[in-house]
Design a protein around this ligand. Sequence first.
Ligand SMILES: NC(=O)c1ccc[n+]([C@@H]2O[C@H](COP(=O)([O-])OP(=O)(O)OC[C@H]3O[C@@H](n4cnc5c(N)ncnc54)[C@H](O)[C@@H]3O)[C@@H](O)[C@H]2O)c1
Length: 318
Amino acid sequence: MQYFITGGAGFIGSNMADRLLKDGHKVTVYDKFVTGHREFLEEALKSSDFTLIEGDCADEDKMAEAMKGSDMVFHFAANADVRRGLEHPMKDLEQNTNNTFHVLEAMRKAGVGRIGFSSTGSVYGEAEVIPTPENAPFPVQTSLYGASKLAGEGLIAAYCEGYGFTGYIFRFVSILGERYPHGHVYDFCKALGRDPENLHILGDGHQKKSYLYVGDCINAILTVVDKCSDKVNIYNLGTDEYCEVNDSASWIASELGVSPKFTYSGGNKGWIGDNPFIYLDTKKIRSLGWIPELTIEQAVRRTVRYIQKNPWLLEDGK
Ligand SMILES: NC(=O)c1ccc[n+]([C@@H]2O[C@H](COP(=O)([O-])OP(=O)(O)OC[C@H]3O[C@@H](n4cnc5c(N)ncnc54)[C@H](O)[C@@H]3O)[C@@H](O)[C@H]2O)c1
């Protein structure tokens, strides 16, 4: 099979590229290198089955030309920074919603009809039902990021209905693991590198979060794509456990071999739009036979070890 991956130089996209190449497929990565890294594609670039195209998802014609002959698109390119949405309110709309539209139009022009989309558990806002199933009551949005992804989901579903596409929509919890470039493990490792004695935590540290290892995320996506062929296939991806931010901070400190004093900004959220309790119901994906290999603690510790081995990422500033 020939796969086209937008955002394939990023954290999750590059892990997907490596996995698809390993499984014997051809892969084209299309990326603008906003937050992506050539280093993440070091292995992929050695393969004759791999093509890298530097481009912007806003450039529909270039994308359409590049994706001709592909069997499926994985659309991972996005502004994945959930926290700073209110500082630049157009960014999520342009990067996450409008660019999803451009990807769909490029697919229509190129005659490609299958799309896998990285949505997010943030679309559930502060869910009324926990663990939160895919068919939870239509959620009230609490972040521009979540809203922009939900709009992207809507466009995909409408293209499936209107143009006969097949859509795979994945609502991830936060993902951890190799090539992890942003999020609380990154922030805490960076802060503890500067000051191993103190760690300032946004919120009260009791926010309850569910995380998933990137290898488990990729396995889950490929399981769904392999086994499901409904017009629109929507799946939560997560573990069936959660931890407090305090737990994760303790595992990170222990893995780094430091014992910092924790201080808190206070309140039950780290920032406006932060969800104090995210825990997705994953019965649907588990019914396909998928189970995660790593616990949250194992995933957090593995991420810290990856960051320790790749200190350049902490200096990167992308
Ligand atoms: N990492 C997580 O915890 C998480 C959780 C839920 C959903 N997601 C979603 O998964 C996807 C991948 O996330 P990630 O963590 O790998 O992020 P990332 O920032 O590492 O990767 C995004 C990639 O998209 C590229 N990109 C951004 N804008 C582009 C544009 N206009 N044109 C072409 N390329 C562009 C970037 O250069 C980067 O390589 C995103 O859609 C994100 O919203 C991630």
